[in-house]
Write a protein that binds this ligand. Structure first.
Ligand code: G6P
Length: 371
């Protein structure tokens, strides 16, 4: 097993190091002349042009990838997108028509909750598309179309490289749809693909800061609760950061939409409470950036220990943050691909500092094949 880990202390550490390749391999062969062209979908042009709404279904980490993807698909392809947990989807009598596309996301392609939701959607007349990391798995075989992520086999129970590959595939799919539906100019299409193509190199740079994140995790190894805040695409990243910490370090962790703070969660803030804040770029929406910085001020005034994840050069967070983890500049929709890395590393290192098995957390399975 030591050899399989390629010198890394755990499969999870190895798989985090493989994230740049997971994105690069998922992009390969899917960008042609400045446009997203997913060859596997070439027979589905008519189907994809005819849909009028998309429901994304998934469980766990894959559902957070879906939440991130929804922002981009809706913005680029101008189709309403909703995201739902697979096990919730079936029991609410969802509105499904022949022009509904149900997109499932699953690393393993075997998650029973997601498989049953796909079957339900098919029976109700929806078109189905699978985003999957496992060639020939049950869910892609049951679906009308499949877009594979090429993250390579993921062994650690907690998903890392599959997550960034899923977001990459969803973004490619959003741009593929936008091309079919003519909702972006070719310059916009090309600019977004340039951003995607730059992600692997930027991920390498994010990984270089892992040592300082590891140190932070070691300092905080007796922490009992951690909160995570994010807004817009940073919100699902906050949820994912919290999930990782629960799964690996058995620490109570919760993610919130930053705007929701004043509607409840701020009551949790007391002296010394650690709070990770995913800070959106000021270059996206200056207004949104200011609101998150003011959230930071509010929690800091109540004694929170603020751990900010912010882009390089964002000086507005400096006076209020106890620690700042820097990520390279990227267009705002692409920041989740970078901001999630320090949160994955933090959870892994904190679990390791507590002497826990980061690859095999208690009570969890890599693929849950029961409902
Ligand atoms: C399990 C794993 C999670 C994973 C989820 C969905 O609960 O522990 O890490 O996110 O299943 O798995 P899938 O294979 O469908 O992506």
């Amino acid at each position: 097993a030591a050899a399989e880990k390629g010198g890394w202390p755990s499969f999870m550490a190895k798989e985090i190091a493989e994230e740049p390749d997971a994105v690069a391999n998922t992009l390969r062969g899917r960008i042609q002349d400045g446009a997203a062209v997913i060859p596997e979908l070439s027979d589905l042009d008519e189907l994809l042009t005819g849909i009028d709404r998309i429901t994304i279904i998934a469980c766990g980490t894959a559902s957070y990838a879906g939440q991130v993807g929804a922002y981009a698909i809706e913005k680029w392809a101008r189709i309403p997108v909703e995201v739902e947990l697979s096990h919730e989807f079936r029991y609410r009598d969802p509105v499904i028509t022949p022009s509904t596309l149900v997109v499932s996301i699953s690393q393993s392609g075997e998650t029973m909750d997601t498989l049953m939701a796909v079957k339900y959607a098919k029976d109700a007349g929806a078109k189905t598309l699978s985003i999957c990391n496992t060639q020939g798995a049950t869910i892609p075989r049951e679906s009308d179309g499949a877009v594979y992520t090429h993250a390579g086999p993921e062994v650690a129970v907690a998903s890392t490289k599959a997550f960034v590959a899923q977001i990459t595939a969803l973004y490619l799919f959003g741009l593929h749809l936008a091309r079919l539906r003519g909702t972006l100019t070719s310059a916009q299409q090309a600019a977004n693909l340039d951003e995607l193509a730059d992600i692997p190199g930027k991920l390498e740079r994010v990984l270089e800061s892992s040592d300082s994140v590891a140190q932070l995790a070691r300092w905080m190894s007796d922490t009992r609760a951690v909160l995570f805040l994010g807004r817009h695409v940073g919100f699902p990243i906050a949820l994912e950061g919290a999930l990782k910490l629960k799964e690996l370090a058995y620490i109570h962790a919760e993610g919130f939409a930053a705007g929701e703070l004043k509607h409840g969660p701020i009551a949790l803030i007391e002296a010394g409470q650690p709070v990770f804040v995913v800070v959106p770029s000021p270059r996206g929406s200056d207004e949104m950036h200011k609101k998150v910085v003011s959230n930071i001020q509010e929690i800091r005034a109540r004694g929170a220990r603020v751990l900010a994840i912010a882009e390089e050069g964002d000086a507005a967070v400096l006076p209020f943050a106890d620690e700042v983890v820097r990520i390279p500049l990227a267009a705002p929709l692409f920041e989740p691909l970078l901001a999630v890395i320090p949160l994955q590393v933090f959870a892994m290192e904190l679990a390791a500092a507590k002497g826990l098995d980061v690859d095999q957390p208690r009570n969890l399975a890599k693929s849950v094949t029961v409902e």
